[in-house]
Write a protein that binds this ligand. Structure first.
Ligand SMILES: Nc1ncnc2c1ncn2[C@@H]1O[C@H](COP(=O)(O)OP(=O)(O)OP(=O)(O)O)[C@@H](O)[C@H]1O
Ligand SMILES: [Mg+2]
Length: 234
C-alpha cells in the first residue's frame, strides 16, 4: 500500500506564532487516520497545510508530489477533497444546488453521485429543495460531507465533523463514515472527539501545541496512561 499523504518535519507559523512545530505523519491508501488534540493544537492548520492553504517548511506530499506551490483547486482535481471546519456551504442555495456544485469537476456522473449521497444521508434527499442556511447544524454537516463526496475524492479530509452534534446525528455521521470507508475512500479525520475518532480510525495521532505527542492504533492509545487520564477521563 502506498502513502497517499506524507508529511515530514513540517513547520507552519502565523507571524510570530508557531502553529506546527516539526510534524511528521502519513496516510496510506484505504486508511482512516485520525488527528486528535485540544483547541488550538494545530489540527486545522495541519489539514489546511495538506490541502495547500499555508506556506510551510519541510515536506508535504500528496501522491508523492510536493504540495507547495500547487493551487488547492488542483489538489481537489487530483482527488484530495477537504470538508472544512466551518463547512463553507453556499447558504442561500438549496441542498441539491450545494451538492451539484461539489461535483463541478465531475459533471458526467452527477446523477449517480447524487444517488450515492442521498442513500448515505436520506435526510438530504428529503430536504433537497431546502435552503442550506435553514438546515440544522447536523444537517448542514451532512450536507458539507455530501458535497465533498460529490467531488469523488480519493482522500477525504474531515475537519471536526462531529462538532456540536447531538448523539442521534452523530450516529448518522458515524454510519456515513463506515459507508464511505467501504467505498474505498481514504479519510483524514481531525477531531476533538476522541471516542468518535478511536471508534473509526485505523491509526491516530495526538497533536498538542503544534507537535505530535503520541501515535498508534486505537487499542494502543486506549492503553496509554496519559491518553486515558487526559483524553478519556478515566
Ligand atoms: N489565521 C491565523 N492567524 C494567527 N494565528 C492563527 C491563525 N489560525 C490559527 N492560528 C493559531 O494557530 C494555532 C493552531 O490553531 P488551529 O486552528 O490549527 O487549531 P485546532 O487544533 O484546529 O483548534 P480547534 O480544535 O479549536 O479547531 C492556535 O494557537 C491558533 O490561535
Ligand atoms: Mg480546528
Amino acid at each position: 500500500m502506498s502513502s497517499l499523504v506524507s508529511v515530514e518535519g513540517v513547520h507552519v507559523s502565523y507571524g510570530e506564532v508557531a502553529a506546527l512545530r516539526g510534524i511528521s505523519l502519513s496516510v496510506t491508501e484505504g486508511e482512516i487516520v485520525g488527528v486528535i488534540g485540544p483547541n488550538g493544537a494545530g489540527k486545522t492548520t495541519l489539514v489546511e497545510t495538506i490541502s495547500g492553504f499555508h506556506d510551510y517548511t519541510g515536506h508535504v506530499e500528496y501522491r508523492g508530489r510536493e504540495v507547495s506551490g500547487k493551487a488547492p483547486s488542483d489538489l481537489v482535481a487530483s482527488g484530495l477533497v477537504h470538508c472544512t471546519e466551518s463547512r463553507d456551504l453556499f447558504d442561500f442555495l438549496s441542498v441539491e444546488d450545494n451538492l451539484e456544485l461539489g461535483a463541478y469537476r465531475h459533471r458526467d456522473d452527477v446523477a449517480e453521485r447524487l444517488d450515492f449521497v442521498y442513500d448515505l444521508f436520506p435526510t438530504l434527499a428529503e430536504r433537497a429543495d431546502q435552503t442550506a442556511r435553514t438546515m440544522s447544524g447536523g444537517e448542514q454537516q451532512m450536507l458539507a460531507i455530501g458535497r465533498a463526496l460529490m467531488g469523488d475524492p480519493d482522500v477525504l479530509i474531515l475537519d471536526e465533523p462531529t462538532l456540536g452534534l447531538a448523539p442521534v446525528i452523530l450516529q448518522d455521521i458515524s454510519a456515513g463514515l463506515d459507508t464511505i470507508r467501504e467505498t474505498g475512500v481514504t479519510v483524514l479525520l481531525a477531531e476533538q472527539n476522541v471516542t468518535f475518532t478511536m471508534n473509526h480510525a485505523d491509526r491516530v495521532y495526538l497533536l498538542e501545541n503544534g507537535a505530535i505527542e503520541r501515535e498508534g492504533d486505537p487499542d494502543a492509545l486506549r492503553g496509554d496512561e496519559y491518553i486515558r487520564t487526559a483524553y478519556l477521563g478515566e
